[in-house]
Structure formats: C-alpha cells, structure tokens
Write a protein that binds this ligand. Structure first.
Ligand code: TXA
Ligand code: MG
Length: 327
C-alpha cells in the first residue's frame, strides 16, 4: 500500500469496538495470536483486510463471535458434532468450518460454501466482539505469509501505517493459531493443526480425517486454500533438523539456532533461542513466533531449527516450521 495512515496503540476495549463499528481495522489480542479485525458485515472493511496484509483474495477469513449461539446464526446447519466440539472447546483455539448462510459475505469466505468460525478464549477479545455487536472477521495480524504476531509490538512492526488501531492486551497465552476443523460433510477433517491438540479433539469426536498433501497447487482450487506451502516465514532461510540430532552451525555462515530442551548443540552460534528448558510443548508454542522473529532480526545467513515431537502442540509447531522452511 502506498499511503501510510496513523496506527494508534491503546488498551481501551470500547475504543476498539467503536472503531470496528465505524468500519476501521483494529488488531486485537486472542489467546492464540493477534488478529486483524474488521466488521464481517461491512464489505469495504473486509476488503481492506486483504489490502493491508497483501493477502490474496482466495484465502478465506475466520469469523470471530462471542458465543456458540452467535456462531449458529451464521450457518445453515450446526450439526451434533459441532455442538459437541463447541461445548467442549469454545471459547478456545478451535475454528469450525460450517455451511454458511447467504448473508455471510463471499469476500469473507473467498467464495467457498463454508465459513470458518471461532469463539476466542480471551476475555478482551470476547468483550470486544460483544461491544462491537457484530461478527468480527480476523486473520492473523501480520503481512501475508509472514510470522504471526504474539504481542502488540509485533503487530505494529508489521502493519503499523496500514491499519487504524491496535488494542494492546499483552502477550498471547497459547502462541500458535487455532486448529481448523471442517464439518462440511460427515467426515470431520483437519484443515490446520493448531493450538488445540488433535488428540484432544479426537477424544471427543473420534478420528479426524486429514487432507491429502496440497502440492504443488498453491491456489484457490483446494478445500483449505490458506494452507500454502510457504507461510509463517522469516526472511532468513530456515533449515529443519530432527529432534535427536546435535545441531552444528554451517561453517563460515552466520547461524542462529531455534531449539528447546537441554543443550543439543555444539560450535559457534550467532544467536541461540532456547524456547523451553525442558520439553513442555505449551511453553515452546508460547515462545515460538517471538523467537523466530528475534532470530530473523539478526541478519543471519541461516536459521537452524530443531523439530518437535509429533504429538500435542508439536504437530502445529512442526507444521509452522515446515512452512517457514519452504522456499
Ligand atoms: O488463531 C487463529 O486462528 C487466528 C486468530 C486471530 O483467530 N487467526 C488466523 O487466521 O490464524 P488466518 O487467516 O491467519 O488463518 C486462518 C486459516 C487459513 O488457513 C484459512 O484459509 C482457513 O483458516 N480458513 C478460514 N476460513 C475458511 C473456510 N471458510 N474454509 C476453509 N479454510 C478456512
Ligand atoms: Mg495467518
């Protein structure tokens, strides 16, 4: 975007609600990452989300509501599986894709038959939605394909000058985006691993189907068009090593390490980000994106990242690493 606007940073929820009501773009905290909010019923505002992020129009937006009954107003069907999941996990880091009603704008859903909905597990976010008195469309508040923001300053760094305001609600508790599950047909399907572990969902509704690997079609013609191969990516190249390998820097290169647990590395590193001293994947998730940003700011030749166990939040973290590493 060429022209720059003034982005205000504040902590008053009612100011943010008034801004949303008058069609402005306001970033707000959720328990996962900061969202870039707009009135989901105002097409001009929704269009500005895509412009300010540089996001392709084929990538649909999640609609945030303050409770499950507000979610039911947006869909033609709220099946039993959705009810079970909503009861168990809302408010929380779970997005459900359900058949949309006509009044939900095609701009929000990128022309798809389903709308992604969630009730965020953050009191400030729900209060904001309630005060705004309308559904709030919000992607993560970062420029397209960049690293998701887990505090207000991250949002300012990425979108300052392009959005109207940022509601500062402190750091995000979970640190990775919501888990996206489609209930469009009788097979509940995982569209994106995220802040709610798959195993926890499966305890409630049984096995989730997985999408076939989406390659190489990074386009609109797929059920979960937002799952692009390159995403959540630092500017610096990133290489993944397996969890049990000793990390060694590339000779002659400025290397940074993203790691967890006790030392598993040797050699000279420009910077080491140990996001958790033990193996607590929740702590890893909470610190993950901030560590990636910090490494990306060091002007390194390469970031080497240790992968995570493929269980619990490790699934989402490995997914983000793979997309960050994709060139
Ligand atoms: O935790 C989160 O989900 C955060 C906070 C702000 O709520 N939001 C977020 O939004 O991560 P975004 O736009 O960065 O990622 C949403 C993902 C994308 O991969 C998108 O394609 C998918 O959800 N999605 C949204 N609506 C969809 C729909 N109707 N059908 C299929 N996929 C959908
Ligand atoms: Mg995003």
């Amino acid at each position: 975007m060429s022209s720059s606007i003034k982005t205000t940073l504040f902590t008053d929820v009612s100011v943010a609600a008034e801004m949303l009501r008058s069609g402005r773009l306001v970033a707000f905290p959720t328990e996962t990452v900061y969202g870039l909010g707009a009135d989901a019923t105002n097409s001009d505002s929704v269009a500005r989300i895509f412009e300010s992020k540089g996001r392709p129009r084929f990538d649909p937006l999640i609609v945030h509501v303050h409770d499950a009954s507000a979610a039911a107003d947006l869909v033609t069907e709220f099946p039993e599986t959705a009810q079970k999941l909503a009861e168990a996990f809302w408010p929380g880091p779970l997005t459900l894709v359900l058949p949309k009603k006509d009044h939900v704008s095609d701009l929000v859903t990128a022309g798809l038959a389903g709308v992604g909905i969630r009730v965020p597990g953050n009191d400030t976010a729900r209060e904001l939605i309630k005060l705004a008195d309308r559904p709030v469309a919000a992607p993560s508040a970062n420029p397209f394909s960049g690293i998701s923001p887990t505090c207000a300053q991250h949002v300012m760094d990425g979108l300052g000058g392009r959005i109207d305001g940022i509601l500062d609600g402190g750091p995000c508790r979970i640190g990775v985006e919501s888990t996206v599950v489609s209930l469009l047909d009788n097979k509940p399907t995982l569209f994106r691993p995220g802040g709610l572990p798959v195993e926890t969902i499966e305890e409630v509704i049984g096995p989730l189907h997985r999408l076939p690997v989406q390659q190489p079609a990074d386009t609109a013609a797929q059920p979960a068009p937002g799952m692009l191969s390159r995403h959540y990516a630092p500017d610096t190249g990133l290489r993944i090593i397996s969890a049990d390998t000793t990390a060694v820097p590339v000779p002659g290169k400025r290397c940074g390490l993203l790691t967890w647990g006790p030392s598993h590395e040797s050699g000279e590193w420009q910077q080491i980000e140990r996001i958790c001293a033990g193996d607590d994947l929740r702590q890893c998730a909470a610190n993950f994106f901030a560590a990636l940003r910090s490494l990306d700011a060091q002007n390194l030749d390469v970031i080497i990242a240790r992968s995570f166990p493929e269980t619990g939040l490790g699934l989402a973290l490995n997914d983000r690493l793979q997309r960050a590493a994709h060139t």
